[in-house]
Design a binder for this molecule. Structure first.
Ligand code: DGL
Length: 282
């Protein structure tokens, strides 16, 4: 990129809640010159237990929100949203949109030696079969072992990450992966990087973990470079937050995901609150 030209527009990132802050963390660490706008849809968390249609419609309104704020690139940090809606979003909007599924699948295919790859993710992500299709499109001979982990993201978000309850849930979910003798496991949910030590211990040191947050941050850097839309090198970028749920609890819970200061969080009061409330009570 010509060092004189730069694109000062921010990058938009959205997630079903605070989990995508693990993705923003990787972006902030690897791309310090960029500005970011993060939208956490905490009022509608979790996405994982919703139908694919619901997740898709939430993803569309999140992207519209970010487009209205003049972003140059959108990162779908949420695995459930990327799995349910990424191709439809890319087809519908002019702004470039990237999501977490393909970068993680690519890393897993490169990493595995036995070609036995495990996937830990929400029900929505597993049901969409996006990871399975992405893996098979990269290596048609790979064997994929998906495990739905419905309890994990809510437990990690709400409680003590290092509790025995989380450990017990992890033990239950890694059981089938150990039985399948996978040598690589994709952490297909924004929350799982927080429990990496527990996963390493219970899966064993011979199993490689693919962190989809790290992989997407790498891809964002490559896109900025190739399109020539990076911000001015050497500057210190800023980052700001919107949430659809209580901003104070976003700030409190979010800090341990971001591992950087969270200053102001602005509440976005969306119109869907009433219509989706019925769904929340299922
Ligand atoms: N961001 C979501 C994901 O990666 C967290 C879980 C959820 O919303 O159910 O799938």
């Amino acid at each position: 990129m010509d060092s004189e030209t730069f694109d000062s527009r921010p990058i938009g990132v959205f997630d079903s809640g605070v989990g995508g802050l693990t993705v923003l963390h990787e972006c902030l660490v690897n791309l310090p010159a960029e500005d970011f706008i993060y939208l956490g849809d905490t009022g509608f968390f979790p996405y994982g237990s919703r139908s694919l249609e619901e997740v898709r419609s939430l993803a569309f309104r999140n992207v519209s929100f970010l487009v209205e704020r003049g972003v140059k690139l959108i990162v779908v940090a949420c695995n459930s949203a990327a799995a349910a809606a990424l191709p439809q979003l890319q087809a519908a909007f002019e702004t470039p949109i990237v999501g977490v599924v393909m970068p993680g699948a690519r890393a897993a295919v490169q990493e595995t030696r036995s070609r036995r790859v495990g996937l830990m993710a929400t029900e929505a992500t597993v049901r969409s079969e996006s990871y399975q299709q992405a893996l098979l499109s990269l290596d048609a001979g790979v064997n994929v072992y998906p495990v739905e982990c419905p309890r994990l993201a809510p437990l990690i978000q709400e409680g003590d990450v290092f509790s025995e309850e989380v450990e017990e849930a992890v033990r239950q979910y890694v059981g089938p992966l150990k039985a399948s003798e996978v040598d690589t496991v994709i952490l297909g949910c924004t929350h799982y990087p927080l429990i990496t030590p527990m996963l390493r211990r219970l899966l064993g040191p011979q199993v490689s973990l693919v962190n989809s947050a790290e992989e997407i941050a790498r891809e964002v850097g490559e896109i900025l470079e190739r399109k020539g839309v990076g911000n001015r090198a050497g500057r210190e970028g800023g980052y700001r937050f919107y949430s659809t749920g209580d901003p104070e609890s976003f700030r409190r819970v979010g800090a341990r995901f971001l591992q950087l200061p969270i200053r102001e969080v602005v509440l976005w009061e969306t119109r869907e609150r009433a219509s989706l409330a019925a769904t929340d009570e299922r």
